[in-house]
Write a protein of this length. Structure first.
Length: 157
């Protein structure tokens, strides 16, 4: 069953851009925004991640960490991130296990564009799963969710 608001966020460890490893448990004490997106260098995903990147300072000011997650590999993420100048990591969920644990896979196994805000205690405080991939959550909605999740401390750099 997919986790809902108020449930503990499923923990995970994934490789990401820059060859780093990212563990959700390592972010305890900070609000984390997980942006699941279907694919690197696709039109809507590029607009979504570019919008979030433009407002990354606002996330940081609230103490939130932003991670993008999709099923492509690290090499694809590195190229996509470099091409568009993203200043937040993109994580590679190549076996889609993390997407499955968050309930964001569609019936054919494709990623659904989805966003989660997890508070410093590891509890999901905001969840939006899209059934179509044509739109994405605006930054303002995510910032409000971060503030509501207790985001006020400086984010780790």
């Amino acid at each position: 069953m997919a986790p809902r608001v108020g449930d503990p966020a499923p923990d995970f460890e994934l490789s990401g851009t820059g060859g780093a490893t990212f563990r959700l448990a390592d972010q305890r004490g900070h609000v984390v925004v997980l942006a699941f997106y279907p694919g690197d260098d696709t039109p809507v995903c590029t607009r979504q991640l570019s919008a979030y990147n433009s407002d990354l300072g606002d996330f940081s000011d609230l103490g939130a960490v932003l991670w993008g997650i999709s099923p492509q590999g690290v090499a694809s993420h590195d190229a996509f991130s470099c091409k568009h100048g993203f200043d937040f990591p993109l994580l590679a969920d190549v076996d889609k296990a993390v997407a499955a644990s968050y309930g964001v896979l569609g019936p054919l196994g494709f990623y659904r564009r989805s966003v989660f805000v997890i508070d410093g205690g590891g509890i999901i405080r905001y969840a939006k799963r899209s059934f179509t991939g044509l739109t994405f959550e605006p930054t303002a909605a995510l910032l409000a969710a971060v503030a509501g999740a207790g985001g006020t401390r400086p984010a780790p750099r």
